[in-house]
Ligand binder design. Structure first.
Ligand code: ASP
Length: 342
């Protein structure tokens, strides 16, 4: 008989961890260290669950890169003792945290599966139970040789397993809250869990897990809108110390061709700031096919291809944390580091 997979559950907060207090009717945090009593069905899973209870549960709107570093360190510190990880996280910023971790881990060879819920765990119609149980099953799934089926950072939510750095929150209301418009699901869940093993990334080498905790926070995200003024653009680009800009453009990467617009961007690029172009569209990629996109390219703007804003932001934070050489930053942003761009 094969040994039971050991899974570490790390609870960071969010809706999934809420239950209604029978006395007051108010929502209060669920005690995950007592999860077997709260949720006896978990006992029937053929896995050995362990719980990490060292984090103070927070709403994910309060997440900062400090939590990303804590999570990376928790994974590193338990890496040799467990077979996989399930991270319970609020849905609002889950795709940022999960993307960030995908970049911070090098040679990851074990599953790190994020999940959460739209309805609290302690509410009868919760989506949290199914999300939690399936996330555990995915984190524990191994092939005939005993190797994990999904050795990457991923988000499981409502029937779909997505690569973390491809996923985005699509709905504040519907139970299938996440989508991945530019990369197919790594697994689809119905009666069975159907893994698309050819789509799953494997560790870049068999070297031990390495975590990088240096993240640059001097980033701005500029979402273009018709009517943006030179004053606004320059104010945002002129934030003191800014080293990276994610520019959310129109369609296939298009932006105004006005001379002031392109000049403002090329000036900061000449100073060594990395400006990455991603599309505001929910799917598709930046491709300089129109004059309006070519002008950006000529100004030195880096194409973000089909990266999500979450992936572009967290990747910039990671890359700028590793190097101060603008050419190296550009080169890394143009490459796929963890399957974040096609
Ligand atoms: N505001 C919550 C959070 O992101 C929403 C959720 O968990 O779904 O923490």
């Amino acid at each position: 008989m094969t040994e039971k997979a050991k899974i570490l559950i790390i609870y960071t907060g969010g809706t999934i961890g809420m239950r209604t207090d029978p006395a007051t009717g108010a929502l209060r945090a669920f005690d995950f260290t007592d999860v077997y009593n709260e949720f006896p069905a978990l006992r029937s899973l053929p896995v050995e669950l362990q719980f990490y209870d060292g984090l103070t549960p927070i709403d994910s709107s309060n997440v900062t890169p400090e939590l990303w570093v804590q999570l990376a360190e928790i994974v590193r510190d338990h890496y040799d003792r467990v077979d996989g990880f399930v991270v319970l996280h609020g849905t609002d910023t889950m795709s940022y945290t999960a993307s960030a971790l995908s970049f911070m881990f090098e040679n990851l060879a074990k599953p790190v599966i994020f999940t959460g819920s739209q309805i609290p765990m302690g509410v009868l119609r919760t989506d949290g139970r199914e999300n939690l149980i399936t996330a555990i099953e995915i984190a524990a799934a191994r092939n005939a040789e005993g190797a994990p089926l999904v050795p990457e950072v991923a988000i499981y939510f409502q029937s779909n397993l997505f690569r973390a750095n491809r996923a985005t929150k699509r709905s504040a209301e519907q139970l299938n809250a996440f989508t991945s418009n530019n990369y197919p699901p790594l697994a689809e869940v119905g009666v069975a869990i159907n893994y698309q093993t050819s789509l799953v990334r494997r560790a870049e080498s068999i070297e031990p897990l390495k975590i990088s905790c240096s993240l640059c926070r001097d980033i701005v995200v500029i979402r273009l809108f018709p009517g943006i003024t030179e004053r606004t653009l320059r104010a945002m680009l002129g934030v003191e110390g800014v080293r990276g800009v994610v520019l959310e453009t129109y369609g296939a990467g298009n932006a105004p061709t006005a001379e002031w617009f392109v000049r403002a961007l090329s000036e900061v690029i000449e100073r060594g700031v990395c400006v990455v172009n991603v599309t505001q569209c929910h799917g598709g990629a930046v491709a300089a096919i129109y004059e309006t996109g070519v002008a950006l390219l000529n100004a030195g703007v880096v194409s973000g291809g089909d990266m999500t804003t979450e992936a572009a932001v967290t990747k910039l934070m990671y890359v700028l944390g590793q190097t101060t050489d603008p050419d190296e930053v550009r080169g890394q942003m143009l490459m796929s580091l963890r399957g974040e761009r096609s």
